[in-house]
Design a protein around this ligand. Structure first.
Ligand SMILES: Cc1cc2nc3c(=O)[nH]c(=O)nc-3n(C[C@H](O)[C@H](O)[C@H](O)COP(=O)(O)O)c2cc1C
Length: 188
């Protein structure tokens, strides 16, 4: 562990990391392992009982989502318990993974009932996208920046580009020193 990483982990703020990868040992999980301190919490979205937006009558716009009692609303609610919430989102077929889109869509129900909390929510929200390259996929990172439009919060999204370091899918981005530095700077 580097001196910078040790210093960073000494901070006692509580962070929540949520991975939207299908696998638990890939780059998203390795980035979490690198960044997390003992007091932090990690959630793999794939482990949750999470309904997508499907088979409903848009109740979220009038009353409440018919899936309110699965884990997703609770997850949104829990964000208030942390100083920072960091989402790790991989690219699948040119877009953020479907697990992330499922989570994103369920925000309709949550913010229908917590509209006044939006700014404080995004103040604590940070998103790390893991993908090939900005050159090949210029829209990927912009997709996450939508959360922050109209808010004062800038630099809450970081892209980790595998191809900059000639890495293949099986490789670990965390092995690359400039990636580790960028992650620590971003999260600090
Ligand atoms: C179904 C699938 C589709 C993918 N499509 C792309 C892609 O279009 N572009 C890309 O750069 N990487 C793509 N990848 C690679 C992932 O972005 C890469 O493996 C990343 O590290 C995923 O995060 P993970 O390691 O935490 O699973 C794809 C991976 C999967 C499983």
């Amino acid at each position: 562990m580097s001196a910078v990483q040790i210093e960073y982990q000494r901070g006692n703020e509580m962070k929540l990391f949520v991975s939207f990868s299908a696998r638990k040992t890939g780059n998203c999980a390795q980035i979490i392992d690198f960044l997390k301190a003992p007091q932090d919490k990690v959630i793999h979205y794939a482990d949750l009982n999470a309904h997508g937006c499907s088979d409903c009558g848009y109740e979220c716009f009038r009353t409440q989502c018919k899936y309110r009692n699965d884990d997703v609303y609770r997850l949104y609610n829990s964000f208030a318990d942390y100083e920072k919430v960091i989402l790790l989102v991989p690219m699948y077929c040119g877009n953020p993974s479907s697990l992330y889109f499922g989570f994103n869509e369920r925000s309709q129900d949550f913010f229908m009932h917590h509209e006044n909390e939006y700014t404080s929510f995004v103040e604590r929200l940070f998103i790390i996208g893991v993908y090939g390259s900005r050159k090949e996929y210029p829209d990927f990172i912009g997709c996450f920046e939508k959360w922050f439009e109209g808010t004062p919060y800038q630099h809450h999204v970081l892209g980790i580009e595998r191809h900059l370091y000639r890495q293949a899918m099986k490789d670990s981005v965390i092995d690359i020193e400039p990636v580790r530095t960028a992650l620590l700077e971003f999260i600090r």
